[in-house]
Write a protein that binds this ligand. Structure first.
Ligand code: G3P
Ligand code: CA
Length: 252
């Protein structure tokens, strides 16, 4: 019998509430999510903030590139809706939220964006942030609390080299890269195909398992896809609807 995949809230419960907001992550926790996914970008003055796009145009009431704005600039904007006004979420605040949730362990899945532009600065800052909270540093007991992910094999490699005990996911759409090549070369502890890629190449899960790697699949919002992932033995599914996903898994 296959084990149910653990459920990761993609940008929070972002199918219900504005993405990357505290409200969306709190909703994910109350809906039973096992993990929280976020994207991180660097501000002009070197802070890590949870924003997916290069600019804030789509997700806030302002405009401009995150990398050209300071933390104070970004904090002046609203990331919610008239019904759910929301302030900017920093990576620090998200880590605190996860650590404060004591009723069950919640894992953070942190995806670094723009890895090429800063040549490792984003990964270094993510690791420094985690270390400040006692996660992933050499003497720390808490290596399972966070996973660092990237579409960039170089970024995954940098994390493996600097924090060898911290789990990593190489995200991608290439069955060649995920089926051995790049995932093996950089020592990723898991592969992260999209559900479309997995539909095309379901053998990726077994190939990864044979190499000692787990599979993290995104973004799985459809019930058929959830069941498909469960039947394949996917370890983690990232979804915009953590509550309904937990419900489907419990009932099927
Ligand atoms: O969880 C991985 C997934 O989020 C990758 O795609 O564009 O949503 O960051 P994207
Ligand atoms: Ca992401």
């Amino acid at each position: 019998m296959t084990r149910d995949p653990l459920v990761v809230a993609h940008r929070g419960a972002s199918g219900t509430l504005p993405e990357h907001t505290l409200a969306a992550y709190e909703r994910a926790l109350t809906e039973g999510a096992d993990g929280l996914e976020c994207d991180v970008r660097l501000t002009r003055d070197g802070h890590l903030v949870c924003v997916h796009d290069r600019t804030v145009d789509r997700t806030s009431d302002g405009t401009g590139a995150v990398s050209e704005m300071t933390l104070d600039d970004l904090r002046r904007l609203d990331y919610g809706t008239p019904e759910w006004p929301s302030v900017l979420l920093t990576l620090d605040r998200l880590v605190e939220l996860a650590l404060d949730w004591t009723s069950r362990p919640v894992k953070l899945f942190i995806e670094t964006k723009h890895p090429v532009r800063y040549g490792g600065l984003v990964e270094n800052k993510v690791l420094a942030t985690l270390h400040r909270y006692g996660i992933g540093s050499p003497g720390s007991a808490d290596h399972a609390r966070a996973v660092v992910m990237s579409f960039s094999a170089a970024a995954v490699w940098r994390v493996r080299r600097s924090a060898p005990l911290l789990p990593t996911v190489l995200l991608g759409e290439s069955s060649i890269a995920l089926g051995g090549g790049a995932a093996t070369a950089v020592g990723a502890t898991a592969i992260g195909p999209s559900v479309a890629t997995l539909r095309e190449h379901p053998d990726l899960v077994d190939k990864a398992a044979a190499a000692g790697r787990a599979t993290y699949c995104w973004t799985v919002d459809d019930r058929d896809d959830i069941e498909f992932c469960r039947d394949l033995g996917v370890g983690w599914v990232a979804t915009n609807f953590p509550g309904p996903t937990k419900g489907w898994l419990a009932r099927s």
